[in-house]
Design a protein. Structure first.
Length: 427
């Protein structure tokens, strides 16, 4: 009876502490947005066009999409804009969106807790919750109208479902739906799909049917997005994505900028590569929506210099030399904070992640996490010239594994040692 009471007390403490972490995380995010930034002033660059397209969609205007950005995100934005318009608060959209995204990210702390607890114990789960809740890059990106605010939570929910709810068949259908939306918002996540399918084949019963359930919503959503893109670009974009070819051209042709001088003038360049003078800038009259042209450009560059297959990793090292995009100079000390959290991730979380390998309860999830990390490195290798933020959702894997390793290390080397000393020398 006493043991049950003690367990109930421990659970109550966990719940209260977790609730406190969630509330503090939300307050820090909202405080950061409104104390250090000016929301109406950071609608620029990529964000400006997402905002314009969403505004046009919700107000019944037709805008021909010509950019190379993931087109699904502004459909998501238009959903919120439609609600704001219905409630008569449309003029507050630049203030409301960061608050909503901050709330979503803060609530995801609970999912991080449950996922980590399932794989280890409550102590490790609380460590993971605290690291996630106050991990600066996640807080920083909350202030922007960027697709990270959609696909980060979708990845967190997906990992939670895989870890805690996969015994139900309908979970596979829901997972397919979530991963499809995340991939449409950020195509770098596409390799999550074969990684999860391979893991299902290896570790799940009746894998063929479960993979079928997983793929159905993916195919339906991809087809729907392709039809939407075709109509919005007057037939120029014929698939669900519109930016993969440009990224490959930047990666394999070592470009730091493409300047389009056709019906309009537009300059495009990946953040980390912009300040590398050895990289090239090219002028073109071929629209960015012409995917075959830019894929062809990438393969031509590879044919001219096949040694790139060996030194392509140079492009990945650039990611860790860059600053988070978008850049917002008015945020006090953000460059220093970014550097601090890079060091924390590299020096603390990654080594502890390896330490957790022998401690984690489910080795199959460890395999899945490994496949996810391999998939993101494969995408970065193939089609990234310097977008550091592409890596950020996968730091979730290191936060979970690193916290498990950290808790186990501290418990084995300090708490247990202290108990042994106390038992050897009782007071």
């Amino acid at each position: 009876m006493n043991k049950e009471k003690n367990m109930d007390k421990e659970k109550d403490k966990e719940k209260k502490l977790l609730l406190l972490i969630v509330i503090l995380s939300l307050l820090v995010r909202i405080g950061y947005i409104f104390l250090f930034t000016t929301p109406q002033n950071y609608i620029n660059s990529d964000m400006s066009f997402y905002d314009q397209y969403a505004d046009a969609l919700v107000n019944g205007k037709q805008m021909t999409m010509w950019t190379a950005w993931a087109p699904f995100y502004y459909i998501y934005l238009a959903g919120w804009y439609w609600i704001f318009k219905l409630l008569g608060i449309y003029h507050l959209k630049y203030y409301l969106l960061p608050i909503i995204h901050s709330l979503i990210f803060a609530l995801c702390t609970y999912l991080i807790f449950e996922t980590t607890k399932k794989l280890s114990n409550a102590r490790a789960a609380l460590i993971a919750s605290m690291i996630y809740a106050f991990y600066y890059p996640y807080i920083y990106l909350n202030i922007f109208v960027m697709s990270e605010n959609l696909f980060f939570p979708l990845i967190i929910i997906s990992l939670y479902l895989i870890t805690c709810k996969l015994e139900k068949r309908r979970t596979y259908y829901l997972l397919g739906f979530l991963i499809a939306l995340a991939s449409l918002a950020r195509p770098v996540l596409l390799l999550f799909i074969p990684a999860f399918m391979l893991w299902t084949l290896l570790y799940q019963e009746k894998p063929t049917f479960k993979i079928f359930l997983f793929l159905v919503p993916i195919l339906l959503l991809f087809c729907a997005q392709a039809a939407f893109n075709y109509s919005m670009t007057e037939g120029k974009v014929k698939g669900p994505f519109s930016n993969g070819a440009l990224n490959m051209a930047f990666a394999w042709c070592d470009l730091r900028g493409i300047i389009y001088n056709g019906d309009y003038h537009w300059e495009f360049g990946p953040p980390a590569a912009i300040y590398y003078p050895e990289s090239k800038i090219i002028n073109t009259t071929v629209e960015f929506t012409n995917q075959p042209y830019y894929y062809s450009m990438a393969f031509e560059c590879l044919k001219k210099d096949p040694k790139q297959l060996l030194y392509r990793f140079k492009g990945i090292t650039r990611l860790f030399q860059s600053q988070l995009f978008p850049w917002y100079q008015n945020i006090a000390g953000w460059r220093v904070l970014i550097l601090i959290f890079k060091i924390i991730t590299a020096v603390l979380l990654i080594p502890f992640s390896f330490y957790s390998i022998s401690k984690i309860k489910r080795k199959d999830i460890l395999i899945l996490f490994g496949l996810l990390l391999l998939s993101v490195f494969a995408i970065e290798y193939l089609a990234n010239a310097g977008e550091e933020r592409h890596f950020i959702p996968f730091t979730i894997v290191f936060i979970i594994l690193g916290s498990i390793g950290m808790e186990s290390f501290l418990h084995n080397h300090f708490i247990e040692e202290r108990k042994k000393k106390d038992n050897a020398h009782p007071r």
